[in-house]
Design a protein around this ligand. Structure first.
Ligand code: 8YV
Length: 341
């Protein structure tokens, strides 16, 4: 493979596909067999001008969460751009309305990362109350562990606590199933109540009022998509409703929580802890957040909720299927339509 520090172009009549980041080898190989594929072998995120250049030439753009495909980029797309096949489930990085308006189809990669993300969320739910990261850090230090004693590294019990899930979609339900097996009581807030069979299976309590749910939960898990309507859904006012014993877990999108208000609450001891896999200004993390993580009040992960080898391969398969279906003249399986809210 050529490595010139820039996109590689192949010629031919097949759809011209521009992939913005380095994908798993197997996915890239298959894409090169099927399409005229430009790969980003160095995996350096494209700048906005590079994204504009890509949408001027490509028939298909394959972006990821790290690319901002906003209305300014879409406005400059050439007429040849038929499809934005996102390598990712969340599509908040793409202005779907602007794309749809311009006749560009948008697809994503749902379902294949549900279980991996839910597994990670359970790990995060356990990590803060049971001081998992603090314990591992102690063991990494040769002089860190003075030996067992009854009061050493006491955390808080998870079993029997109330878990409030914000957003009971695919990932929220997968979190609820796992959490129920850990003995957590399932509560949720969702624009629509889930099917009664699912509520019964999970023994879940639906809360119409997010405010009321927040005030009563031990652990909050954010599992809704980021849309204009969910920006700072966990606002300063709502964070103040949380109990001092509460923990907040977020593996959805950083923008759903007012990060500064959450940090203030952690700092002041107004809540007990948080675990974050996503941040408002990724990959930037403030010094105050690092300080809180050193104090064991905050566990931070680098947006790795869905990061499994299997998941990434299946996401690639979905991208390929979506591209092929569109160029065969059919409606792709994972089409994303503009949000009505
Ligand atoms: C992905 C995610 O890794 O799919 C999503 O919505 O948040 C992540 O788990 C990322 O989006 C890939 O683009």
């Amino acid at each position: 493979m050529i490595n010139r520090g820039e996109l590689i172009s192949m010629t031919g009549k097949r759809p011209h596909v521009v992939v913005t980041r380095k994908l798993p080898d197997g996915v890239e190989t298959r894409m090169r067999e099927l399409f005229n594929t430009d790969l980003n072998v160095d995996d350096i995120p494209l700048t906005q001008p590079q994204l504009v250049a890509a949408v001027k030439q490509a028939d298909v753009l394959v972006p990821t969460v790290s690319d901002k495909i906003d209305s300014a980029v879409i406005a400059q797309a050439g007429d040849q751009l038929k499809l934005i096949a996102n390598f990712g489930n969340g599509t908040d990085n793409i202005d779907i309305a602007a794309a749809t308006e311009k006749g560009i189809t948008v697809t994503n990669t749902p379902r294949v990362l549900t279980d991996d993300t839910a597994d990670m969320i359970l790990a995060m739910i356990l990590a803060v109350p049971r001081r998992l990261v603090e314990g591992a850090q102690i063991m990494a230090n040769p002089d860190g562990w003075p030996g067992w004693s009854p009061n050493w590294m006491l955390g808080r019990r998870v079993t029997g606590k109330r878990l409030g899930i914000i957003g009971m979609g695919r990932i929220g339900s997968a979190v609820a199933r796992r959490a129920k097996a850990f003995g957590l009581a399932i509560h949720y807030h969702n624009p629509r109540r889930v099917h009664p069979d699912l509520e019964e299976e999970l023994e879940a309590t639906h809360w119409d009022s997010l405010d009321q749910m927040l005030a009563r939960m031990d652990i909050i898990s954010v599992n809704c998509p980021f849309t204009p309507a969910t920006f700072h859904l966990l606002s300063e006012r709502r964070i103040k409703l949380l109990r001092p014993e509460a923990y907040v877990v977020n593996a959805a999108r950083g923008e759903i929580i007012n990060e500064k208000a959450l940090i203030d609450a952690l700092d002041a001891g107004a809540i007990s802890g948080a675990a974050l896999d996503v941040f408002e200004k990724e990959p930037a993390v403030s010094p105050r957040m690092r300080q809180l993580s050193e104090q064991g009040k905050l566990v931070m992960l680098p947006h790795m909720g869905s990061a499994t080898v299997e998941g990434r391969m299946e996401m690639g398969d979905k991208v390929i299927i979506n591209i092929r279906t569109v160029f065969d003249g059919h409606r792709p399986p994972d089409r994303v339509l503009p949000n009505k809210d």
